[in-house]
Design a protein around this ligand. Structure first.
Ligand code: GTP
Ligand code: MG
Length: 420
C-alpha cells in the first residue's frame, strides 16, 4: 500500500531522511523537493524498483471494516512483486483481468514504437512519463512532453507531427465527427429522471461538472457512478473501473458497499475495481491527474472523478493578488482532464464543484459555481444541484451543447441515488 506523504504549501514535504535517486544523495534536512515527490511515494525505493502512482484500491482504504474473507492483500502479508514492466504480478494472474486490456495497451505502445526515430531509450522515456499512445503524444502541448519526458525540442516536435499524421488529425468531415461521437457511451446515475435530462446518463468523452451547495448530493452521486460504471452495458454501465481523486476526505467505502449490495453486486469486487487517490493539496491533486493517465488502459478505467475540483485551489490561493496565478493553474489542470476525455472517447471525466455567493446578484440565483469562467468553459456539461424536500434533490442542466435545459428530481436513499 502506498505510503501517504503530507506536503505543505511551500512545496516541501516533511519527513525523515530519504535517498533521492534524482539527486543521488540523501536529503538531510527532513525536506524533499516537490519535483522529487514521486521517489518517496512508496517509501525509499531500491535502485531497480519502478514506482508508479500513489493510488490504491478502494478496499485498501477500507481497512477498518471486519471482512468475512480477509484475502484482500497477499496471504502471507508480503509486498506484491513488481515485474520488469512495473505491473503487479498478482494482478496479471488475477482471473478478473481481461486479456484484451493487456493486448490493447501493448498495441498502443507498439504504435508509439513504430513512430520514426523511436528507439528503446526514447520509448522508455515516453512510457515512463505517461505518453504511451499516439493520442497522448498528439494531444499534449510540446512543452509538457519536453518537461515530463526529458526529450529534446526537435525530437518532441517530430513525434507530435508523426503521431498527428498517423491519427489523421486536422480538418475532417462532419461525418467523421459523427463516427467519433457514436463511440460515446453513457453511465446511468441510478435515477431515471436524471438520466433522461442527461440524454441517457452521464456521457463519456467530455468533462461533466456537478455543482451545488453542501449536502446537495454531489459526493453521493460520485459514489453511485463508481458502482454503476461497473454494471453490464445492458444495465447502464460500461463494464469498466473507476478512478476516484478525493480532495476532501469524504470518500466512504461503506457507502459503496451499500450501493453495490442493493444492486446485487459482489461488494468486494466493486471496491477492488475503484482505484482511489487522496489529494492533500492542489499540487498533489495535479500530480494524481497526471499519473491517472498511465492507469486508464492498464486498469480498464472508464470513469475518472475529481471530488472536488476547486477546493484546494480556493484555500491555498488567498487574496486578489494571487487570482491570476490561481486561474492559470486551474486552467492547466482542467486541460489535463480534458485531454484525457479527448484521448479516450469511452472515458467519462466527472468533477464536482462548490458554489460561492455572488454579492451583486439581487434577482435570480445569487449562487454561482466556484472557479469562474475557467471552470465554466472547461466543462462540457454542467449540472446544478439544489435541495428539495427531505431526501429529494433537484438537478438542473445549465450548460450543455446538445441537451435542452431541464430539471430532474431524485432521492438520496440508503441504497444510493434513486428516483425522486
Ligand atoms: P459537500 O461536499 O459538503 O459540498 O456536499 P455534497 O454535495 O457532496 O453532499 P453529499 O453528497 O455528501 O450529500 C450528503 C447528503 O447525502 C446528506 O444530506 C445525507 O443525508 C445524504 N446521505 C449520505 N449518506 C446517506 C445514507 O446512507 N442514507 C441516506 N438516506 N442519505 C445519506
Ligand atoms: Mg462532497
Amino acid at each position: 500500500m502506498a505510503k501517504v506523504v503530507e506536503m505543505n504549501n511551500d512545496g516541501f514535504v516533511e519527513g525523515e531522511e530519504y535517498y533521492c535517486p534524482e539527486c543521488k544523495r540523501n536529503h538531510t534536512k527532513g525536506k524533499i523537493y516537490k519535483d522529487h515527490l514521486k521517489y518517496i511515494l512508496n517509501g525509499v525505493p531500491s535502485e531497480d524498483e519502478q514506482i508508479t502512482a500513489e493510488f490504491e484500491d478502494a478496499n485498501e482504504e477500507y481497512d477498518t471494516l471486519e471482512l468475512e474473507d480477509e484475502s484482500y492483500g497477499n496471504d502471507d502479508g508480503s509486498e506484491d512483486d513488481i515485474n520488469e514492466d512495473g505491473i503487479d504480478e498478482q494482478e496479471i494472474n488475477d482471473e478478473d483481468i481481461d486479456e484484451s486490456i493487456i493486448d490493447d495497451r501493448d498495441s498502443c505502445i507498439n504504435d508509439v514504437k513504430s513512430l520514426p526515430g523511436v528507439g528503446e531509450a526514447t520509448l522508455t522515456k515516453l512510457i515512463k512519463s505517461g505518453f504511451n499512445s499516439l493520442e497522448a503524444i498528439a494531444y499534449t502541448p510540446p512543452s509538457i512532453i519536453i518537461n515530463e519526458s526529458g526529450l529534446g525540442e526537435k525530437t518532441t516536435a517530430k513525434l507530435i507531427k508523426a503521431s498527428m499524421e498517423k491519427l489523421k488529425i486536422g480538418f475532417k468531415s462532419a461525418e467523421d465527427v459523427w463516427e467519433h461521437r457514436k463511440n460515446i457511451a453513457r453511465i446511468t446515475t441510478g435515477s431515471p429522471e436524471l438520466d433522461e435530462i442527461l440524454g441517457g446518463g452521464v456521457e463519456t468523452g467530455s468533462i461533466i461538472e456537478f455543482f451545488g451547495e453542501f449536502r446537495t448530493g454531489k459526493t453521493q452521486i460520485m459514489h453511485q457512478l463508481c458502482v454503476n460504471v461497473q454494471l453490464p452495458k445492458e444495465l447502464g454501465g460500461l463494464e469498466g473501473n473507476a478512478l476516484y481523486i478525493d480532495t476532501e476526505g469524504t470518500f466512504r467505502p461503506e457507502r459503496i458497499i451499500q450501493m453495490a449490495e442493493s444492486l446485487d453486486l459482489d461488494a468486494k469486487k466493486v471496491l477492488k475495481n475503484i482505484i482511489f487517490g487522496r489529494a492533500y493539496n492542489s499540487d498533489h491533486q495535479i500530480i494524481l491527474v497526471k499519473e491517472a493517465a498511465n492507469l486508464i488502459k492498464e486498469r480498464n478505467i472508464k470513469l475518472i472523478i475529481v471530488d472536488s475540483l476547486i477546493g484546494h485551489f480556493r484555500s491555498e490561493y488567498i487574496g486578489r493578488g494571487t487570482l491570476a496565478n490561481r486561474q492559470q493553474t486551474i486552467n492547466q489542470h482542467i486541460h489535463d482532464l480534458l485531454r484525457l476525455a479527448d484521448i479516450h472517447s469511452d472515458l467519462a471525466v466527472i468533477v464536482t464543484n462548490q458554489v460561492q455567493a455572488k454579492p451583486d446578484v439581487f434577482y435570480g440565483n445569487p449562487l454561482q459555481a466556484a472557479g469562474g469562467n475557467v471552470v465554466a468553459h472547461g466543462s462540457t456539461i454542467r449540472i446544478y444541484l439544489r435541495k428539495g424536500k427531505g431526501v429529494q434533490r433537484v438537478a438542473k442542466i445549465v450548460d450543455a451543447p446538445n441537451l435542452p435545459e431541464g430539471e430532474a428530481v431524485f432521492s438520496i436513499t440508503e441504497e444510493g441515488i434513486k428516483e425522486g
